[in-house]
Design a protein around this ligand. Structure first.
Ligand code: HEM
Length: 323
């Protein structure tokens, strides 16, 4: 190879390495095939967030629940067909919402560029755009995902951590997705926005130790406050803000609360039970440090077991596989 060829080869390799993440996702995948796709996702998402500020939390959680079960392939969006329940019907997914926003975006994109933009990419972009409402994007989203054809409620088991998980379980479930402890701590920071139902943490408030006490890893004053919010632990409807100071603002308050023993779930508190993750939680109290690590971890989460190339399909409707 002469020098000019060598230089060209190096430039191509560097260029490819910059835009790919090794699994076939790239920046602006639809540049040639549907140039306005990302703008369309953002415009529709923002118009919906403008009238529903809770949507950012909803769509971010949808993206996480999609990626952790069968990878980021929009399998979560599929409706049950026949008697075998789809992922959506599994217990931890019953309270998810925001699917109608994905449908609206898909309908528009099918008009603009039929059969081109995957539901899985729409989910990833809409999660980012809803949280970055009227701001510059808070993290980069690579695209090029394709949609899966299988969705089974039973696949939730052993994939999605529960709010009662201890550190070892969280670490193991994240490791299964190639996510390390830094990713676990940073992604848990998503709990800086949104709400939780009393049933997901009320065990910690009442008779946790069998002496009638609250969970000793929970700040006493915060536990008392939560008891006033959730007087009836079996009430399935009541919710509380996960970051009572700023549940609509994507900031590092989660870590400030966490390090003061005010993380809402046992799985949040568990992050303080490991020396390394507790140290990182203290570091991520710094807003910039949090956003840098969160953005890195979201790139990894958004690439879990993605379908690219000729795998899967581009669904015409996000709720059903193509005929
Ligand atoms: C570490 C393991 C995790 C556990 C055990 C967990 C568990 C939960 C639970 C139980 C809720 C409350 C749901 C409800 O009552 O409606 C919740 C809410 C939420 N989670 Fe997580 N989660 C985890 C990680 C994540 C990750 C990685 C993300 C995103 C990157 C995320 C984003 C959210 C958001 C935004 C909400 C608020 C949803 C809303 O307001 O409707 N969570 N999570």
């Amino acid at each position: 190879m002469n020098n000019a060829c060598m230089l060209l080869f190096v430039l191509i390799v560097v260029g490819v390495a910059r835009t790919c993440n090794g699994r076939g996702l790239v920046k602006n995948f639809y540049k040639m095939t549907c140039p306005l796709a990302e703008k369309t996702v953002r415009d529709i998402t923002w118009s919906r967030v403008a009238t529903n500020s809770a949507l950012g939390a909803k769509l971010l959680r949808v993206h996480y629940h999609d990626c952790f079960v069968m990878g980021c392939d929009a399998s979560l969006l599929l409706d049950t067909v026949g008697t075998v329940q789809s992922e959506k019907e599994a217990g931890p997914n019953l309270l998810l919402s925001g699917f109608d926003v994905i449908d609206d975006i898909k309908t528009q994109l099918e008009k603009d560029c039929p059969g081109v933009v995957s539901c899985a990419d729409i989910v990833a972009l809409a999660a980012r755009d809803s949280v970055s409402f009227r701001k510059r994007p808070l993290w980069d989203v690579l695209t090029g995902r394709r949609d899966g054809k299988v969705s089974l409620a039973s696949n939730i088991n052993g994939n999605l951590p529960s709010p009662f998980s201890d550190f070892a379980t969280l670490q193991q479930l994240f490791a299964k997705k190639n996510l390390n402890v830094n990713d676990l701590v940073a992604l848990s920071g998503a709990h800086t926005i949104g709400k939780a139902h009393c049933g997901t943490f009320s065990k910690r408030l009442f008779n946790f130790t069998a002496n009638g006490d609250a969970d000793p890893s929970l700040d006493t004053r915060y536990a008392n406050f939560l008891r006033t919010k959730c007087p009836n632990p079996s009430d399935p409807a009541t919710t509380v803000e996960m970051d009572p100071r700023s549940s609509l603002s994507f900031d590092s308050h989660y870590y400030q609360a966490l390090t003061q023993k005010q993380g809402l779930f046992q799985s949040d508190a568990a992050l303080l039970t490991n020396i390394g993750s507790a140290r990182l939680a203290r570091q991520l109290q710094n807003g910039n440090a949090f956003m840098v690590q969160f953005a890195k971890s979201m790139l990894k989460m958004g690439a879990i077991e993605v379908l690219t190339g000729n795998a899967g399909e581009i669904r015409k409707k996000c709720r059903v596989v193509n005929p």
